[in-house]
Write a protein that binds this ligand. Structure first.
Ligand code: SAM
Ligand code: SF4
Length: 334
């Protein structure tokens, strides 16, 4: 089905939504210090969207002009039978890009099946190449498992395998060039992310740990020649190219570079809350809509159209006022 112009998701500011991030669980096998507190309470399983509901949401969005879906979490690969969702979304005509963000720990078992299901691109989070630091940042993780996952993803032959690193001062800021080198050796892109004030994490003061994209770029300039590029992968990263490599270095800078003007995305939490902005609480209860209209897609599509009217103009991240948003990134679906 081709979307008609009156079913396109266009907000009050004329921005068309063509990118949806679906969180399939808020649970995770890691406890990264910037994402979670040590003691997390997770959503009771019975409150989660079912796998069929997640697939239905994906289909409805694609019918309304969305051509990119990212599956995220929590750790999406910890959700039981999650392949079923990828297999169903992978068959949607009109969906050009089916992607996943993962910590990589389970990719050695899942990479090939994801590729076969139609996943086009994989983003893997990797903040450090040092075993001890990896344990400290993730609280419980083993670097070797994520590295094996990266190898498995590269072997599976996706269109791209990209790395994401959240950079914190005095935790991993001195490693950014090593991470770029790791990416270059494997022909991967890498993006550096400024920490966002989502939820209370209890581990560090976010203002103190802030390390800006500009600082990272200056550090990298000692090693590499970086040239700004106007390429985009549909997300908020700004990319730089290096003359001697095909790898790109991206920066996701919610503090120093506000990307709201060109925002083309919305998120759905694992409980089915449609979040209209990462940094604001505006949302609708999509789970209620789905369950009220199990056989009436038109009614759910109307709720999605109505939701466009409350998409805010932008986020208000301010490290001095943290945390403004009480939900953690694992709930939000990063
Ligand atoms: N578990 C998967 C992973 O780590 O890739 C997917 C979910 S995770 C919430 C998605 C991305 O959000 C990861 O790249 C993670 O590093 C990033 N992230 C988590 N908390 C963040 C925060 N407070 N600020 C910025 N990025 C954050
Ligand atoms: Fe888990 Fe990803 Fe959050 Fe780390 S960033 S705790 S891997 S959801």
């Amino acid at each position: 089905m081709h979307p008609s112009s009156d079913s396109l998701l266009i907000d009050r500011f004329g921005r068309q939504i063509n990118y949806v991030r679906l969180s399939v669980t808020d649970r995770c096998d890691l406890r990264c210090v910037y994402c979670m507190s040590e003691d997390m309470t997770f959503v009771p399983r019975e409150q989660l969207l079912t796998l069929e509901e997640i697939s239905r949401i994906g289909r409805l969005f694609v019918e309304m002009g969305v051509d990119k879906i990212r599956i995220t979490g929590g750790e999406p690969l910890t959700r039981k039978n999650i392949l079923q969702v990828f297999e169903s979304l992978g068959q949607l005509t009109g969906l050009k890009d089916l992607t996943i963000t993962t910590n990589g720990t389970l990719l050695s078992s899942y990479a090939q099946a994801l590729k076969d299901a139609g996943v086009t691109r994989v983003n893997i989070s990797l903040d450090t190449l040092d075993t001890e630091r990896f344990k400290a940042i993730t609280r419980v993780g083993k670097l070797a498992k994520t590295l094996q996952g990266i190898d498995a993803a590269l072997e599976a032959g996706f269109q791209s395998v990209k790395l994401n690193a959240v950079v914190l001062k005095n935790r991993n800021h001195d490693e950014v060039h090593k991470l770029v080198e790791f990416a270059r050796q494997r022909g991967m892109d890498i993006s550096f992310i400024e920490e966002m004030p989502l939820g209370i994490v209890g581990d560090h003061d976010r203002a103190e740990a802030f390390y800006s994209s500009e600082q990272i770029r200056n550090d990298l300039l000692k090693y590499y020649q970086l040239t700004a590029s106007n390429e985009s992968t549909g997300g908020p990263a700004r990319y730089y190219r290096m003359p001697d490599s095909n790898s790109r270095v991206g920066f996701i800078s919610p503090h120093s570079h506000n990307f709201c003007d060109t925002c083309n995305r919305v998120r759905v939490t694992a409980e089915g809350r449609l979040l209209l902005c990462l940094g604001q609480e505006h949302s609708i209860d999509l789970r209620r809509s789905l369950r009220a209209h199990p056989l009436d897609d038109a009614a759910v599509r109307q709720d999605l159209l109505n939701a466009m009217q409350i998409k805010p103009q932008g986020h208000n991240f301010n490290l001095a006022l943290q945390p403004v948003i009480m939900r953690h990134m694992n709930t939000t679906g990063g």
